[in-house]
Ligand binder design. Structure first.
Ligand code: THU
Length: 137
């Protein structure tokens, strides 16, 4: 179970960001997930002329990782060229809560400013699977 440094995980996210397909917004995002085995899974945002079909970098990376069998994510790096480190959007927070609840999110911008937050802290009072077990109607 090897592990890389935060700097290296962020570097993987920066490299992934180069693959962003973001002609509509011009806002490129890179993401890198570290799973429980120390494997790294990366992605970048993909946009579409039908704007609402776009997918965030975090979910591109996460869904590829999950469907490749990765589990137990420990860290997630998210990088942008924004005035401040960019946190995952609300939809990505929900996806992270479902599949990477014990992970920590490292955010970095081009200026090298960083933020670090637990996934649990990014989505208080989360809706999750246990609510579905309750009696319905
Ligand atoms: N975006 C991400 O990839 N991740 C986020 O957490 C925030 C937003 C993308 C979606 C869209 O392609 C572009 O950034 C502008 O919102």
């Amino acid at each position: 179970m090897s592990t890389i440094s935060d700097d290296e995980l962020l570097a993987r996210a920066w490299r992934a960001r180069e693959g962003a397909l973001c002609d509509y917004s011009g806002f490129a995002v890179g993401a890198a997930f570290e799973d429980q085995e120390g494997r790294i899974w990366t992605g970048a945002n993909v946009e579409n002329a039908s704007y609402n079909l776009g997918l965030c970098a975090e979910r591109v990376a996460l869904y590829h990782a999950l469907t490749s069998g990765a589990r137990g994510f420990r860290r997630v790096a998210v990088v942008t060229d924004a005035p401040a480190p960019t946190p995952p959007c609300g939809a990505c927070r929900q996806a992270l809560f479902e599949f990477a609840v014990d992970a920590v999110v490292l955010m970095e911008n081009r200026a090298g400013e960083r933020e670090r937050r637990d996934v649990r802290d990014l989505l208080p009072l989360a809706f999750e699977a246990s609510y579905l077990q309750k009696k319905r109607r």
